[in-house]
Ligand binder design. Structure first.
Ligand code: AMP
Length: 327
């Protein structure tokens, strides 16, 4: 648990630095983008004379969350780095944390490593966006309506519309205050996040029809680049569709893998509604949350081993449930 202190400490650092760079993890999702871009805009709104940049590789599908700044080497000079939504140094996108004068981490992932001078980690927070809202309400930072809209989308995306277990009373309290104070029209915001084309829906049909489902409740699908081309879907959009397959009676853990063009890298998005999956993911160059993880493997053997470990956690989970019912 953190005292008020952490908010003050972060605010003081923000106040102290003229140049601030905000980064987030590689392969960003809406929460990573919203938390970093909104924090930039809030700091600029509060301190118009500072130079504040939100950096990282842009993702065209999420461009409605705002423009990113191009990072330049000169930005390391006497600058403060704030990293949002990223638990480990190797996944920070586009900058080297060691080259900044001071560094701050704001993250809600399970702890992996300390790589910043000041770290605020709240594993019970629904999202990094929620933490940014909390930081603003606890300090003299001044929210803007546009930033509030982005942060709302960040929370909604990470919690899948307030559905996941890490949606807490605090999430609702902060969101309620956010809406009251900024008057955002939140119903309109869903359109940018959830609008799909008929092509996407057809591709979801492809996924549903091709899932392998084991008797332990693991659903998995590996999609090669030819199929992606046929449907005109890019690999990250295909993996993102994993969110559409929750609450299937026969399925406890489900995952979508894509294979890159030269067949050398297999990336996967994994989701669960019971078994803990992030430990398995860490064995395969991955990690994440207990019910939402990612992994990447380079060989057929490693992929088979990953599938087997995921199937094993489903089996253990089912057995535990059965024993509980019988006792
Ligand atoms: P995704 O399936 O890409 O939406 O990722 C789900 C969660 O797992 C997010 O919190 C990611 O940051 C995390 N994650 C995804 N891929 C990796 C990876 N290769 N290493 C560590 N964490 C990952």
């Amino acid at each position: 648990m953190f005292t008020n202190n952490i908010y003050k400490k972060i605010y003081r650092k923000i106040k102290k630095y003229d140049t601030i760079v905000i980064a987030r993890h590689v392969g960003p999702d809406p929460d990573a983008l919203a938390s970093s871009i909104a924090l930039r805009d809030i700091i600029l709104n509060t301190f118009p004379n500072k130079k504040v940049y939100a950096v990282g590789f842009p993702v065209s599908k999420f461009k409605y969350l705002g423009m990113l700044d191009k990072f330049e080497e000169g930005m390391y000079q006497d600058a403060l780095l704030i990293v949002t939504d990223t638990p480990d140094k190797k996944r920070v996108d586009g900058v080297d944390p060691d080259k900044f004068k001071e560094t701050i981490k704001i993250d809600h992932h399970p702890f992996i490593e300390t790589f910043c001078d000041l770290e605020w980690i709240d594993e019970e927070a629904s999202s990094a966006s929620q933490m940014v809202i909390e930081l603003v309400f606890r300090t003299k930072l001044v929210m803007t309506k546009e930033a509030a809209e982005k942060l709302y989308i960040g929370i909604v995306a990470d919690t899948n519309r307030f559905m996941f277990y890490y949606t807490t009373p605090k999430t609702f309290r902060l969101v309620s205050k956010l809406i009251q104070r900024t008057n955002i029209n939140f119903t309109n915001l869903y359109e940018s996040l959830y609008m799909r084309s008929i092509r996407d829906i057809k591709f979801q049909g492809y996924i549903a029809n091709h899932f392998e489902i084991t008797e332990n409740g693991l659903a998995y699908l590996r999609i090669d680049s030819k199929v992606l081309e046929e449907y005109g879907i890019d690999a990250s959009a295909a993996r993102n569709m994993v969110s559409e397959f929750n609450y299937i009676e026969e399925v406890l853990v489900w995952c979508i893998f894509t294979v890159d063009k030269n067949g050398e890298l297999i990336r996967g998005s994994i989701r669960s509604r019971g078994p803990v999956i992030n430990e398995v993911a860490t064995h395969f160059n991955g990690g994440g949350h207990i019910y939402a993880s990612g992994a990447r493997v380079e060989t057929e053997e490693a992929w088979n081993a990953l599938i087997q470990e995921l199937d094993e956690v489903c089996k253990e989970y089912k057995e535990k449930l059965k024993n509980k019912k019988e006792s």
